[in-house]
Every structure is written in C-alpha cells, then in structure tokens.
Write a protein that binds this ligand. Structure first.
Ligand code: F0G
Length: 350
C-alpha cells in the first residue's frame, strides 16, 4: 500500500498530533524516462512526471489531502473551490472520502466533460456560472470569508504544502534536482509549490542544486508573460484558461530566483506536443499538461542547448479527462463487414 503524502512527508508538512492521517493513494507518481523525445530535443536526460496517476487523475490530490486534513483538524464540515475542473474533482473526491460537503464553482461550458463527471459522481454541490474561472475564484474568496466553509483553492497554503512533495519525489528518485523543470502555469500555484519543495530539500541538504523553473502559459491566457490581466482568456487547454492567476507574484519569484522563464505556447503547439507525447512516448496527458513538452520543443527548436542536462516535464493531468479533444480531430473510421477477407483487405494484407 502506498503511504500517501501525509505519512511519507510528515516531517516537511505543518502537521500536529491532531491532524487526521489518511490517504487515497496520492503521490509517489511515476517518473518515466523518455525513449524518443529526449534525442529529438537534445536533452542529456528527459523524464516525464506522471501526475495523472494520482487518485483523481491530476496533481491536485497532493495538495487536497493536506488541505482537507487541516480543514478537518480545524473542525470544518464543508470545503469550497473555484475550478477549471481538476481542483473540483479532487475536492469532491476527498470530501466524499472524509464525509465532508464539497461545493464547487465552475465556468459554464469550459470544463472538460470527464472532470465534470467526476464532480457529479463524487456528489459535490455544483455551481456553474456564466463566467470564467477568474470570476468564480473572486466569488469563492468572498463566500468563504463570510460562510463556515473552508477555501481549498491554492490560496489555501496547505494546498501548496502538499503539492511541493512532487519536487521531493523527483529528488528522491533522481538523487538530486534536475537542471530544468518544465511546467504548465494557470493559477500559478503549482510552479510556486514545486519551487518551495526544491528550495526546502536544497536547504535540508537532500539536493545539491535547484532547477531552473520553466513555466508555460497558453498564448490566449498568458497574463504573466504579457504583464497584464487577460480579461477574456482563451485556449483549448481549459485547465489553464486563467487570466488573473492568484499566485502571480510567487510564480515570478520562482522564475527569477531559479533563473528560469515564464513563456507561452500556442494552442497549435500544445496540440502538437499532446500528440507527440502520446504517439512517441505512450503518455496520454490532458492538453494543459502538454504545455510542458510544448515549451521544451519550442525552446529546443529555437536553439536552446539541453545537451548534458537533466530535464523533467510535469504531466499534470490525465488525458482521459478530456477525451473530447482526442476524438474531435480523429475523423471517421471506416466500417467494414466482419469478414476475414475484408479485414485483411483493409489492413493491406490481401
Ligand atoms: N495542469 C492541469 C491539468 C491543471 O488542472 C492546472 C490547474 C494546471 C496545470 C495549472 O496549475 O493553476 O497551479 O498553475 N488547474 C486548476 C483547477 C486551475 O481548477 O483545476 P496552476
């Protein structure tokens, strides 16, 4: 049995004897070595961290287990978040496991069907608004200030604490931090969390170096890159369709302290990386997750030299959550009779 984030990293989390200890099996996700794209991008070593292997299919579970444990410790009976889908799926699942009420607010029509299905099946109270994520987060912040319900967006510091454990795992597996880490940026909590994890392990002597943090936003939702709020963010990568990230300044700090960058990739580049990751590496991540690889491809094509360098791309969520995107471009399959000779003809074997 996996010990889970709370038990495995208890010494690095702000737990007390009163914090309930439990796990749905989050964390300890695979770090898979690339077999093809490593050469194509000229990396010394390239790895993919498969966060889609968490219980609800995204990295959010790492932070949610800590946020929910601390909410219970404080006596809370209900949790609430705004979400582009994954946070709400995770909140709904952990609330169900712990007997709490989950209330989630999502932007209408802009959440991948698999994520909405998760929230429905786990029994969350769902509020769809005719607006975007940024508007939902604004409302949720106000509501959780005035009602007895705990905020579990990444503005809740316990979420960041839990999510930083992914950086610990990378170091635990590789023996040191990588040279570069590529990561999608939406509300900017995750880049903040990884950087916190790398810095803490470095300070405790578990790592000899710290990676350059390479964050990537979607071109139509790139407020940090452009230096201003994007009122109407647009991208097929709905998970990162965010125009005013809550952890904006912390993400900039991670970028600057690490000597990294925050840049953007187009939807076309995201989709190309999404397909390459699946066809060349056997990894099915959701579109937002592919922003990591899209960023690496962009830089290597522009001439950045990653030879001799150890590079990790974070694959933040499972591709099955957004199967519509995969099926949309697939076109029609030929339908043939169930006869051997017709099958052989179709395969070009006859
Ligand atoms: N990748 C996926 C699959 C996500 O769901 C998110 C964020 C990100 C990347 C970006 O992470 O926000 O910490 O910079 N999803 C949030 C949600 C916003 O509501 O599920 P971030």
């Amino acid at each position: 049995m996996k010990s889970g984030v709370l038990a495995r990293y208890k010494d690095y989390l702000n737990l007390t004897p009163q914090t309930p200890m439990f796990s749905m099996g989050e964390g300890d996700t695979p770090l898979v070595r690339s077999r093809t794209l490593e050469k194509e991008t000229g990396c010394g070593e390239l790895y993919f961290k498969l966060e889609g292997c968490n219980p609800t299919g995204s990295f959010k579970d790492r932070g949610m287990v800590v946020a929910v444990a601390k909410a219970m410790e404080a006596g809370s009976k209900a949790i609430m978040c705004a979400s582009t889908g994954n946070t709400s799926a995770s909140a709904a699942a952990y609330a169900a496991y712990c007997g709490l009420t989950a209330i989630i607010m999502v932007p209408e029509g802009k959440i991948a069907p698999g994520k909405l299905a998760q929230a429905i099946v786990y029994g969350a109270k769902i509020v769809q608004i005719d607006g975007n994520f940024d508007q939902a987060l604004h409302l949720v912040l106000k509501l959780t200030e005035t009602h007895p319900v705990t905020l579990v967006n990444s503005l809740n510091p316990h979420r960041i604490e839990g999510q930083k454990t992914a950086a610990f795992e990378i170091i635990d597996v590789l023996g040191d931090a990588p040279d570069f880490q590529f990561i999608p940026v939406g509300n900017a909590g995750n880049i903040t969390a990884y950087w916190k994890g790398y810095v803490e392990y470095y300070k405790s002597g578990k790592a000899k170096r710290r990676p350059k943090m390479m964050g990537f936003q979607a071109e139509g939702a790139a407020p940090i890159v452009r230096g201003h709020i994007v009122e109407q963010p647009q991208t097929i990568a709905t998970a990162i369709r965010i125009g005013n990230p809550a952890s904006w300044h912390k993400a900039e700090a991670a970028r600057d302290e690490s000597g990294g960058i925050i840049d953007m990739v187009s939807d076309a580049q995201i989709l190309e990386a999404y397909h390459l990751m699946a066809t060349k590496e056997g990894i099915f991540g959701e579109p937002a997750s592919a922003a990591s690889l899209a960023g690496l491809l962009k830089l290597s094509r522009q001439g950045s030299d990653f030879s001799g360098k150890r590079v990790v791309c974070i694959v933040t969520g499972n591709g099955l959550k957004d199967a519509d995107i995969a099926l949309k471009d697939a076109g029609q399959f030929a339908r043939i009779s169930p006869k051997m000779e017709d099958v052989e003809k179709m395969l070009g074997w006859r």
